[in-house]
Design a protein around this ligand. Structure first.
Ligand SMILES: C[S@@+](CC[C@H](N)C(=O)[O-])C[C@H]1O[C@@H](n2cnc3c(N)ncnc32)[C@H](O)[C@@H]1O
Length: 216
């Protein structure tokens, strides 16, 4: 009989954990390996996690947060915003889950599979910093859910983007509206909400616009 997979892993340690263990033992900064290997903070003691596992966890967290947010705004009238069409995965989930909602989708390009693209009148093409502002002329304080899946994998660029668009998104949100994102925002009238139980803190963020305060 051959070896079980768990036994193969013990006999042949995964390169990810091996490299990290050695470099960490001699106090070498392993951050330069980040794009190549599983992030260290995603490894639990004595357990390695493949990039596939990590990806699946991220998608689960994303779906769980979206589903929670959908429940929060279920009774509120108003459109949804999807920032970051990408492959159209999360847009497709939103429209499947809330078929009667108007969902406006923002991206600088349309690269999704044709089946996962919004109707033309709901696609807002261009840089967020410009399109959100134009959109506010007609839709300020109306959106009840904004899903911002906007990460580029470049933390500094993502921080700049978040700074640039936080208030612009806020201007579009109705009081009580929910913003969820793969990025952390710091907008004065947004209250951070609890994540679903199974979601690890820092994987996703959920905010609710508090009524009566003005945006930063
Ligand atoms: C992570 S992908 C979105 C993935 C998508 N939600 C999905 O499920 O397939 C991020 C998207 O945001 C878009 N994006 C990032 N920064 C942007 C900006 N400043 N203006 C417009 N679009 C931007 C990118 O073009 C990319 O398609």
């Amino acid at each position: 009989m051959g070896l079980r997979w768990s036994e193969v892993q013990i006999l042949s340690p995964r390169p990810n954990s091996w490299i990290h263990s050695v470099l960490t033992a001699v106090s070498v900064d392993t951050s330069f390996l980040h794009p190549l290997v599983t992030p260290f903070n995603e490894l639990q003691l004595g357990q390695s996690m493949s990039r596939l596992d990590s990806f699946i966890r991220r998608l689960n967290a994303q779906r769980n947060c979206i589903d929670l947010a959908l429940g929060l705004v279920n009774q509120m009238p108003g459109p949804f915003l999807e920032l970051g069409l990408g492959n159209g995965r999360t847009y497709d989930h939103l429209r499947e889950s809330a078929p009667d909602r108007e969902i406006f989708v923002f991206d600088r390009k349309i690269a999704a599979h044709p089946d996962c693209r919004p109707p033309r009148q709901f696609m807002v093409v261009g840089e967020f910093s410009e399109t959100l502002e134009c959109f506010a002329r007609r839709y300020s304080n109306t959106a009840v859910l904004a899903h911002c899946d906007i990460g580029s994998g470049q933390p500094e660029a993502d921080r700049v983007l978040v700074q640039e668009i936080g208030t612009k998104i806020s201007n579009l949100m109705a009081d009580g509206g929910v913003v969820l994102s793969d990025q952390s925002f710091d907008v004065v009238n947004w209250h951070e909400c609890e994540l679903p139980e199974e979601t690890q803190p820092g994987r996703y963020y959920i905010y609710r616009k508090i009524s009566g305060s003005s945006p930063r």
